[in-house]
Design a protein around this ligand. Structure first.
Ligand SMILES: C[S@@+](CC[C@H](N)C(=O)[O-])C[C@H]1O[C@@H](n2cnc3c(N)ncnc32)[C@H](O)[C@@H]1O
Length: 210
């Protein structure tokens, strides 16, 4: 049956991958899919990790936890794989806790029993044009899906430099049972944050809990 869900991401493929990146997608990616994750291990999810700068940072900071990243943009997945492997295409020690779901996170969430201590979403696609608003990922239905996947005391951390989307997300949160607070955290650097296409002074952050 054809998928009825509205697509929340842009392209799946960008410029042609390098020969090495193609090898990494074919040989390394299948070994780090998020399968058979032990229940008694702490888990963190990052949705739409882009090129994976922040995903790598949390992997290094929390070596005892499994860090799962979901990203349908294959050039982003390839960038991450290049950064976490050595010249022999083996995963570097500090990144052995990374798992990658190379597709729409909603498909992953429907299929998994994992509960997460943290769920990160940094710079979700803002879809700024009114006619594209329906593509925004962080609507009430999706947030409720995330709420069900939070471990006790788990947090959803959202950051965006698109202040209009930020207010729109807060309105969506108000339609759910989640509790929101605005943390006082320093700017988290990612590729999209550096581009600052919204032209705002800083990103805004939101923490959601059950
Ligand atoms: C604007 S980019 C931000 C990337 C990165 N977080 C950063 O800050 O540089 C948003 C990313 O979310 C991804 N994305 C959009 N919808 C998604 C979905 N349903 N599941 C997983 N990732 C998604 C897109 O492919 C894109 O790479």
């Amino acid at each position: 049956m054809e998928k009825q869900e509205i697509r929340t991401f842009g392209r799946r493929h960008g410029k042609k991958l390098s020969a090495r990146q193609t090898v990494l997608i074919d040989t390394v990616l299948p070994t780090i899919l998020p399968k058979n994750i032990p229940e008694n291990t702490g888990k963190i999810l990052e949705i739409g990790f882009g090129a994976g700068e922040h995903l790598r940072e949390i992997a290094r900071q929390t070596p005892a936890k499994i860090i799962i990243g979901a990203e349908p943009f294959m050039n982003g997945v390839a960038s991450l794989l290049s950064a976490i492997t050595n010249e022999s295409n083996a995963i570097r020690d500090e990144y052995k806790n990374i798992r990658v779901y190379p597709d729409d996170v909603r498909d992953f969430l429907r299929d998994t029993n994992c509960k997460f201590e943290q769920i990160w979403i940094l710079h979700p696609d803002p879809w700024p044009k009114a006619r594209h608003e329906k593509r925004r990922l962080l609507r009430a239905e999706f947030l409720t899906m995330l709420a069900a996947r939070l471990a006790p005391h788990g947090e959803i951390i959202i950051g965006t430099d698109h202040w209009e989307y930020f207010d729109w997300i807060k309105n969506a949160v108000a339609k759910t049972a989640l509790h929101a607070r605005t943390p006082d955290i320093q700017t988290i650097h990612t590729r999209y944050q550096t581009k600052n296409m919204a032209g705002t002074a800083t990103p805004k952050y939101l923490i959601l809990t059950n």
